[in-house]
Design a protein around this ligand. Structure first.
Ligand SMILES: NC(=O)C1=CN([C@@H]2O[C@H](COP(=O)(O)OP(=O)(O)OC[C@H]3O[C@@H](n4cnc5c(N)ncnc54)[C@H](OP(=O)(O)O)[C@@H]3O)[C@@H](O)[C@H]2O)C=CC1
Ligand SMILES: N[C@@H](CC(=O)OP(=O)(O)O)C(=O)O
Length: 338
């Protein structure tokens, strides 16, 4: 078994990691960390379990560690669900100590030697790890994109060969995206908030790295513009996107590209049968009905119509965070990095 830990194991993403890793066939969850407020106490006592999945009793008595290099330096992999302001320095120090860091935080996403990885979308970017090893880092950092960016980039990939010129996107994002203490109920009930700090900037930059090509030394970014407008809506989980794509194809060619696209590999434990599910019904995808498709790992796409316009939706803390990160680690194992 491969020994793994979760940094920030009590938060919205951290709890998803614990849920997904508790019975993982390859990874043994040995270490859970959180802030000084939680360290030294049994996980089952201090965690406020808020997921729509049963609490994994096997970790109830595990004593929460402080979030330090010392606490995780003997592990093979750590999954990071830390706030970005803490993750920057700490993740780099943990990677220097020889550990593989699979991170959800934004701190290292745009580093020139760090893969911004969605396993089925840009698996060859994993080669960027060699750049980190070349510069003397014993371990490495592999990052997940921003949660809305994962839905956008995954849903754009079938159209990539059709010469995308520009992308316009408007989001309807769930409140779990802001973390457990992110948005008070009084602010979001019966309301829509047309602002999510730094989200539009991330959506306009990260997909160009993800959908760019890696030539062995650097990423040549995808050559199209993105304009994003992000909104918070009162749903618990699931980010929905309305997308407009200017590309060199007509509607029939676009629909054919979606129907024919397949993930480049299959069979990893956390990989869904369908990375993309294409709906023909006029009123799908819907957040509540479709967010758990493929165990929360499938991105649903529908309403593909003249323009080209479509709707995409996925589970923000599973496909958009913890699930994608675990799948990235599974890919690392199959490629011999673990
Ligand atoms: N929510 C989402 O959909 C997504 C989140 N992300 C990113 O994932 C990361 C985690 O987000 P999320 O789970 O939502 O956040 P939460 O606020 O829900 O959880 C934060 C976690 O970090 C711990 N923590 C807070 N301060 C410290 C500290 N000073 N030292 C050590 N640990 C600390 C908390 O522990 P304690 O309980 O002890 O305070 C908790 O475990 C962020 O970087 C976020 O941007 C990325 C994609 C999607
Ligand atoms: N900002 C996203 C979630 C998130 O934390 O993203 P990032 O890791 O890029 O800051 C949301 O609110 O839905």
């Amino acid at each position: 078994m491969i020994n793994v830990g979760v940094l920030g194991a009590t938060g919205a993403v951290g709890q998803r990691f614990v849920q997904l890793l508790a019975n993982h066939p390859w990874f043994q969850l040995t270490t859970l960390t959180a802030s000084e407020r939680s360290a030294g106490k049994p996980y089952g006592r201090i965690v406020n379990w808020r997921l729509d999945a049963p609490f994994p009793e096997a970790v109830a008595d595990r004593i929460v560690s402080p979030t330090t290099v010392e606490a995780v330096k003997d592990l093979d992999i750590v999954f990071s669900a830390l706030p970005a302001d803490i993750a920057g320095t700490l993740e780099a120090e943990i990677a220097e100590a020889g550990v593989i860091v699979c991170s959800n935080a934004s701190s290292h996403r745009m580093d020139p030697d760090v893969p911004l990885l969605i396993a089925e979308i840009n698996p060859d970017h994993i080669g960027m790890i060699e750049l980190q090893h070349d510069s003397g880092r014993d371990g490495c950092i592999v990052t997940n994109p921003n949660c809305s960016t994962i839905m956008l980039s995954s849903s754009l990939v079938p159209l990539l060969p059709k010469q995308i010129e520009s992308v316009t996107v408007a989001t309807l994002q769930a409140i779990s995206g802001a973390g457990f203490d992110g948005i008070p109920g009084m602010a979001i009930c019966d309301n829509v908030i047309p602002y999510i700090g730094s989200e539009e900037e991330k959506m306009e930059s990260e997909p160009r790295k993800i959908l760019g090509s890696f030539n062995g030394a650097e990423i040549e970014q995808a050559d199209f513009s993105i304009s994003a407008s992000c909104n918070r809506v009162p749903v618990i989980d699931g980010h929905m996107l309305s997308v407009w794509v200017k590309a060199g194809c007509d509607l029939n060619e676009a629909k054919k590209a979606y129907a024919e696209w397949r993930a480049p590999f299959s069979g990893l434990p956390t990989q869904p049968e369908e990375t993309l599910h294409i709906f023909e019904e006029p009123d799908r995808p819907q957040t509540r009905l479709d967010r758990n498709r493929g165990g929360g790992m499938t991105v649903s796409v529908g309403r593909i119509r003249e323009g080209i316009r479509y709707t995409a939706m996925g589970h923000n803390t599973i496909r958009g965070a913890a699930g994608s990160s675990v799948l990235n680690a599974e890919l690392l194992k199959t490629k011999g990095y673990i």
